[in-house]
Design a protein around this ligand. Structure first.
Ligand SMILES: [Fe+2]
Length: 212
């Protein structure tokens, strides 16, 4: 049974991407919905375990396993939302405007946008199943790129995702061969919604100035 405040899958208006088919997106939305469902399911099961105010010894193995899986399902849900939100229906414009806050932030941390991109793309090509994510440290505004294994290993506590790229094979297998991940990464870049990326940075800038 779901609690009233369970997560609901979000709807994303994405179609006509360049090099990422609608068929891939449909399949990907279904997978995302699975993460939302499992997040709710595990949360409800944990609620059941703790409602008597105690985790009994005989409950501990099942309780532990479910709790460990929570980070996988939660991050699977949240990272897919970031990913779909930073894509743009009909395709994007390629690289961001040179005057954008994102390019400025990349220059501050990496020297220039191309070096930032080389790092992000390099991470995306790493062998394994996971994500390439550009984070911003809200304490100093600096960007850093990270490899996330599965959904939950490698996220930096308190850092804010600015650009999120799914490099699980399900993100591109209907459109490319497993060894063609670089082509998918190229397609991903041609579909980035840089306005959404910019808004994530601006929100952070607002938080920082409010603190100052
Ligand atoms: Fe995915």
């Amino acid at each position: 049974m779901s609690s009233p405040d369970s997560y609901q899958p979000r709807q994303f208006n994405l179609s006509g991407l360049k090099g990422i088919s609608d068929q891939t997106l449909e399949m990907h939305f279904k997978l995302y919905e699975g993460y939302v469902k499992e997040t709710n399911n595990l949360t409800n099961r944990i609620t059941d375990f703790i409602k008597d105010g105690n985790v009994d010894q005989e409950e501990m193995p099942a309780y532990s396993e479910i709790t460990r899986r929570l980070g996988f399902e939660y991050n699977g849900m949240v990272l897919h939302e970031y990913y779909f939100d930073n894509l743009q229906t009909g395709g994007g414009t390629g690289d961001p405007a040179k005057t954008s806050e994102f390019v400025k932030a990349a220059e501050t941390t990496f020297g220039n946008y191309d070096i930032w991109k080389a790092d992000f793309v390099g991470i995306g090509k790493m062998r394994g199943v996971g994500w390439a994510i550009c984070y911003q440290n809200p304490a100093n505004g600096r960007l850093s790129n990270h490899w996330i294994t599965l959904h939950e290993t490698g996220n930096v506590a308190g850092f804010n995702p600015i650009l999120v790229m799914d490099v699980w094979e399900h993100a591109f297998l209907l459109d490319y061969k497993p060894a063609e991940r670089p082509k998918y990464i190229e397609a991903f870049f041609s579909n980035i919604n840089w306005t959404a990326v910019e808004d994530r940075l601006k929100k952070l800038t607002g938080v920082q100035s409010a603190r100052a």
